[in-house]
Design a binder for this molecule. Structure first.
Ligand code: ZN
Length: 502
């Protein structure tokens, strides 16, 4: 007779297989599928997701979880079994809170809102998107009320991306970050040093970019035996098991950064999933802890590693050998300065490492105001421009480059944006701890190597998958809750030196 836990695991494995098969349909749609395949693919994906939803919300699933939990009573908190029960209980309860009618309506509105957003942005016509955004805000309010919350409505949504994190905690961290980051940005703007990034805007042959992307991905430890690099319009990473974690990139013939830093970023995500413990396979534990922790791994590879001086002193000669015409006359130091130029800019996805955080804080504050009914959607463009001016020091000339720039608000996903900036903060706090534990990590990085760093990440973060909440993980690993302090130490040291602020 199988135990209750074995019965549960059998169902969990089946569901995980279905989820991964659904993810593969989605990956294939972005990377390989001919456009004519879209209608059939949408039908296939809809069938898969309703099958998965039915299985995961069935009464039987609840019984399997509770029978196994009773049998395991007393299993240590850190054990895989106890962690799995905690996660399954949570997912099961959440999935049953949203009525089927709501899910269907939300998905229909999102589909139409996205179409409206595409047109509104192309035509710089906020009024065209406004009624859809009003519906999206209402969907977010409804969702928050279905999930429930104790303190603030936004908590209910944030919790879906950063388990157990409270809005008040994020607000306090972002306020402290703003208080120190705004003066740093102003000092850089007012300073006499201006960095030149024209060399990254030269002609870069796309086939050579592809070859160099593979070189640099291997250099930071991405395992191509268990990975794959594909081409897409909007890059992402996805995994079907720890032995098949894929990345995607886009290529511009006249701009090196998107493919280079996009590859390093997605590698950070995929290396996280390649590093989950084999014992967690075919369960929902074999994933990143949260979106914010996931983003800490991608930002670390993109910025802390990929935009460091030592890394390019080691790898610039190779880059130069791929692109002798673009970079033949330049030094590693020229390149280091070009990729670290910071300046106020309008578009989030093009923002540099430092000012990126302001773009997120702005969205975090506006989402709360809309959710709480303090800001009418009709007043969003003005509120957006005011905040851009106070945080970044510039005002968008139009809404297409202002509040219409992101696709995110065409679906009820409030609470997602903050995870991008939280990732920057987690990443620096983890990196500082890693170097404190093993000073060789900094020495290796200065020589262009990441073996010791990757070993530390595997041991302290990757192997645990989703066993802990982000708050538990950051406390375990760094001995402290998340704060802005490590990021500010990193930012002051790096940009203070680059911009000669002292
Ligand atoms: Zn990312």
């Amino acid at each position: 007779m199988p135990t209750n836990y074995e019965k549960l695991i059998e169902r969990v494995n089946e569901l995980d297989d279905l989820n991964k098969a659904a993810a593969l349909l989605s990956w294939d749609r972005e990377v390989n599928m001919p456009r004519a395949g879209a209608p059939a693919r949408i039908a296939q994906m809809t069938t898969m997701s309703s099958l998965i939803h039915r299985m995961s919300t069935a009464d039987e699933m609840g019984e399997l979880i509770e029978n196994a939990a009773a049998e395991l009573d007393g299993a240590p908190y850190e054990s895989n079994q106890a962690a799995l029960i905690r996660l399954l209980r949570r997912n099961y309860a959440d999935a049953r809170k949203l009525p089927a009618e709501y899910v269907a309506r939300s998905s229909a509105v999102s589909g139409q809102a996205r179409e409206a957003w595409v047109r509104a942005r192309a035509e710089n016509d906020f009024e065209h998107f406004r009624p859809w955004l009003e519906q999206v805000v209402e969907l977010c309010q409804e969702m928050a009320d279905y999930y429930g919350y104790e303190d603030e409505r936004y908590d209910a949504l944030l919790d879906k991306y950063e388990t157990n994190m409270k809005t008040a905690e994020v607000r306090a961290i972002f306020d402290a970050l703003k208080a120190e980051l705004i003066p740093l940005r102003e000092a850089i703007d007012a300073g006499r040093v201006k960095l030149d990034d024209s060399i990254v805007h030269r002609a870069y042959d796309v086939e050579k970019q592809k070859a160099f992307a593979r070189y640099i991905a291997k250099a930071i430890g991405y395992d191509f035996e268990r990975g794959h690099l594909g081409t897409v319009v909007h890059p992402f990473a996805t995994s079907f098991s720890r032995n098949d974690a894929r990345i995607t990139t886009r290529w511009y013939p006249d701009f090196l950064n998107p493919s280079l830093f996009g590859t390093l970023h997605e590698c950070g995500h995929a290396m996280y999933e390649q590093g989950t413990h084999p014992d967690l396979a075919r369960t929902p534990l074999a994933r990143g802890t949260s979106l914010g922790i996931h983003e800490s791994q991608s930002r670390m590879m993109e910025n802390i590693v990929g935009r460091s001086r030592g890394f390019w002193q080691a790898h610039f000669p190779t880059l130069q050998s791929y692109f002798p015409e673009a970079l033949g006359d330049n030094t590693a130091e020229d390149f280091y300065q070009a990729i670290n130029k910071t300046q106020p800019s309008l578009i989030r996805v093009e923002a540099d490492e430092l000012t990126y955080n302001f773009h997120i804080i702005l969205r975090f504050e506006l989402e709360q105001a809309m959710l709480n009914g303090e800001l009418a959607v009709a007043d969003l463009p003005v509120a957006w421009n005011d905040k851009m001016q106070s945080l970044i020091g510039i005002t968008p000339p139009n809404d297409a480059e202002g509040c219409l720039q992101d696709v995110h608000w065409s679906r009820p996903g409030f609470g997602y944006f903050p995870t991008y900036a939280l990732g920057n903060l987690y990443g620096t706090q983890f990196y500082e701890t890693a170097v404190a534990h093993n000073p060789a990590i900094a020495g290796e990085l200065a020589a262009g190597k990441t073996d010791a760093l990757l070993a530390w990440l595997r041991e302290n973060i990757h192997q645990h998958g989703k066993k802990f909440t982000p708050g538990e993980l950051v406390q375990r690993v760094t001995g402290q809750p998340l704060s802005h302090e490590a990021f500010m130490r990193y930012a002051r040291a790096k940009f203070g030196e680059l911009y000669q602020l002292n």
